[in-house]
Design a protein around this ligand. Structure first.
Ligand SMILES: [Ca+2]
Ligand SMILES: [Ca+2]
Length: 243
């Protein structure tokens, strides 16, 4: 019995060395900001599932640390905590204005087949200041946040004091990776507004993650396809003869 327990210790270490990605099946809870598995992460510690992949030039603090809510932000809970640039917290805070890009990579099951299955993700988020949601790739303010799925086409801007919901059905073109190794790369671009330093933060709470079968539609029989191709070739031949 002791031997088995001892053997389990190095395995935990190996798990911690694997690349940061949340398994699709544990997205609700583990994917939330400020949660590791279903346990809260202590303030000032990093949420390693989330990566800060871009930030304003000159901002050099711990970027995806769990932070206490600032004045006017939603409170945290046993299911989520805010992440932000861990600078000097307070009101107004000392994070540089500009775009902060937070990435969560979600690993789909190896058996996932986009020709027969759909992945659906639901959740809600709050941000300081306006947050933009992208899949697979993102753009910044210089290009007007082109391609944002939220807050780029008349949707109400997200705020720090209320939830903004998202409900994603992922098209095959929105997946990253390849067969056996697909992932959903979820980018939140959070713009810290104004020209003076202030707090920046992101709060994400996933509420559902499902994989569904695509309803089957009639597929042309191979014989019909062959006939179609033959008829097309004949029509082209007739046109060439007439020309
Ligand atoms: Ca986590
Ligand atoms: Ca701010």
């Amino acid at each position: 019995m002791m031997g088995r327990l001892w053997m389990a210790v190095p395995m935990i270490g190996l798990t911690a060395l694997s690349p940061a990605a949340v398994l699709f099946g544990s997205l609700v809870k583990d994917g939330n900001t400020g949660l590791d598995g279903s346990s809260l992460i202590a303030y000032s510690n990093a949420d390693d599932d989330w990566m800060l992949v871009a930030r304003p030039s000159g901002q050099s603090t711990l970027e995806h640390a769990v932070v206490r809510p600032a004045s006017g932000w939603l409170g945290d809970s046993s299911d989520y905590r805010w992440i932000g640039a861990e600078s000097v917290r307070g009101n107004p805070g000392q994070d540089l204005p500009g775009d902060y890009v937070y990435l969560l990579q979600i690993a789909l099951p190896g058996s996932f087949d986009p020709s027969t299955q759909l992945a659906k993700i639901q959740g809600r988020f709050a941000s300081d200041n306006v947050g933009y949601l992208f899949l697979k790739a993102y753009s910044l303010a210089g290009s007007g946040y082109a391609g944002s799925l939220l807050n780029n086409s008349g949707a109400s801007p997200s705020t720090a004091g209320a939830w903004t919901a998202f409900d994603l059905t992922l098209a095959p073109s929105q997946l990253s990776g390849s067969a056996g190794n697909y992932s959903v790369d979820l980018y939140f671009v959070v713009n810290n507004a104004g020209t003076a330093n202030s707090n920046v933060g992101l709060l994400v709470d996933f509420t559902d993650a499902r994989i569904q079968s695509i309803p089957s539609e009639p597929v042309p029989e191979p014989a019909t396809l062959a006939l179609g191709a033959g008829a097309l070739a004949a029509a082209l031949a007739r046109r060439r003869r007439r020309a």
